[in-house]
Design a protein around this ligand. Structure first.
Ligand code: HEC
Length: 92
């Protein structure tokens, strides 16, 4: 029983970390710039719709992933717009 649980935990960690690697593919500098500029344009539009637009400096960079995912679901924000907003908010 214990071995089974250990195996399940290890398999979960392995699969989880593989997903992490797949998500963390390196982005080119040009892609970073494209997303940043798009994010700067979208931020006042999207983020002022339901409340005052929160500046990037209000949260630590790691917090923005979860918050924007939440805002994305509330506001039905497309995937590329979400990536652009996160890129912009994390840089401020
Ligand atoms: C569709 C409406 C809507 C849009 C668009 C929206 N928000 Fe929100 N936001 C909310 C609501 C409602 C809450 C508070 C309740 C909640 O957390 O569900 C909130 C809460 C927040 C909070 C507080 C969370 C916390 O834990 O302190 C932050 C920060 C935030 N929004 C940032 C943003 C940013 C940045 C954008 C632009 C990408 C955005 N929001 C776009 C509706 C929206």
């Amino acid at each position: 029983m214990r071995k089974t649980i250990t195996a399940i935990v290890l398999a979960t960690l392995l699969i989880g970390s593989m997903g992490g690697f797949a998500l963390a593919q390196p982005m080119s500098k040009a892609e970073h710039q494209r997303l940043f500029i798009k994010g700067a344009q979208l931020w006042p539009l999207y983020c002022n719709t339901c409340h005052n637009a929160r500046p990037g400096s209000e949260k630590a960079p790691y917090e923005w992933n979860a918050i924007i995912l939440h805002m994305r679901m509330l506001g039905n924000i497309p995937a590329d717009d979400q990536r652009a907003l996160v890129e912009y908010l994390k840089a401020r």
